[in-house]
Design a protein. Structure first.
Length: 102
């Protein structure tokens, strides 16, 4: 088994209680579907700093806001992509980058 990082960029938070409930249910269904493949995961706040190679610190991230991550186990990149296709992060408008972890 290999490890893959699903990195969620962009997207937004639900605005109504109904949208919140729907999103919570979608995440619950997705997590149940991938089961033991999930190793870890959490959302991020927009609070970020960038540390450049020369040591300078600035407010904000490098590139677009990253809204969260999931660390999963899969047999291959293709399998990780298939798992990511049903991830509810996309429902909030987020894009998903998938990285193999060494």
């Amino acid at each position: 088994m290999n490890m893959y990082l699903l990195l969620y960029s962009g997207g937004g938070m639900p605005e109504t209680e109904e949208e919140t409930n729907a999103m919570t249910n979608a995440w619950g269904a997705w997590l149940a579907a991938i089961g033991d493949a999930l190793v870890d995961g959490n959302p991020f706040t927009p609070n970020a700093k960038t540390l450049s190679p020369d040591g300078a610190v600035s407010d904000g991230p490098v590139g677009p806001i990253v809204s969260g991550y999931s660390l999963i186990k899969a047999e291959s990149m293709d399998e990780a992509v298939e798992m990511a296709k049903d991830c509810p992060a996309k429902q909030s408008g987020a894009s998903i980058s998938i990285f193999e972890v060494m």
